[in-house]
Design a protein around this ligand. Structure first.
Ligand code: PGA
Length: 250
């Protein structure tokens, strides 16, 4: 049985006071993390305080990190430091990192390996842009990203990974994917995992949909066979929406 999850991606929103207010507002209203996994991925500068103020029902994640533990890498975030803070997840390969900060699959692959070396669960984001969708290339794009991003990763690690299907045209646009299109893409991702790593691992791995998910649409995604939850940006900035989404999918 795969535990469903809702992960809030706060991007570069919320200051310390707002982030703490959110955690204090939601942490006693969430079900056990065995029923549904609730997590917040915040700017790294907020993480220490969030971990200190959170509890077992609300996991905390980073939005990015580098693959080296330490060194002359000005401005980067060390996976060793994230581990030391008891961070649960790290979002890797988000389309905003790929597009704006020019991260490629080779770098993302190194980051995924480093995350596992530091007991962090990577939430790997993959997805096509609008031109690729119009050209009928969704599966090709997903195949290439997964093939490169997961290169040389052991199956025992892959089973712990979370993959988020996030079509670029649906992120931060208000244009949510149709649940049947999202299910097709998530099924393709699960089949990819089955072919490479076998059925046991593909049955374990959690696949999320992300891109303009709202309280009103989350159920249509979680009802799909291959979708285990959602990675949500804008609509999780409000604690009431976040709690409502968790209650809908639990
Ligand atoms: P959105 O963001 O829900 O605001 O579209 C999702 C994401 O970027 O992960």
């Amino acid at each position: 049985m795969r535990t469903p999850m809702v992960i809030a991606n706060w991007k570069m929103y919320k200051n310390h006071a707002e982030a703490l207010e959110f955690v204090n507002e939601v942490k006693d209203k969430l079900p056990s993390s065995n029923t549904v996994e609730a997590g917040v991925c915040a700017q790294s500068i907020l993480l220490k305080e969030l971990v200190e103020n959170s509890n077992d029902t609300l996991k905390i994640g980073a939005q990015n990190m580098y693959y080296e533990d330490e060194g002359a890498f000005t401005g980067e975030i060390s996976p060793a430091v994230l581990e030391n803070l008891n961070i649960d997840y790290v979002i890797l390969g988000h389309s905003e990192r790929r597009r704006i900060f020019k991260e490629d699959d080779e770098l993302i692959n190194l980051k995924i390996k480093a995350a596992f070396n530091h007991n962090l669960i990577p939430i790997l984001c993959v997805g096509e842009d609008l031109d690729e969708r119009k050209a009928g290339k969704v599966n090709d794009v997903l195949y290439n990203q997964l093939n490169e991003d997961l290169k040389d990763l052991d199956g025992s690690l892959v089973s712990k990974l979370v993959i988020a299907y996030e079509p670029l045209w649906a992120i931060n646009t208000g244009l949510c994917a149709d649940s049947s299109d999202a299910e097709d893409a998530c099924k393709f991702i699960r089949n990819f995992i089955t072919e490479k790593y076998g059925l046991d691992i593909s049955n374990e791995i959690r696949i999320l949909y992300g891109g303009s998910v709202k309280v009103s649409t989350i159920k249509s995604f979680i009802d799909c066979e291959n979708i285990d939850g959602a990675l949500v940006g804008k609509d999780t900035l409000d604690p009431n929406n976040f709690i409502e989404m968790i209650n809908i999918i639990k």
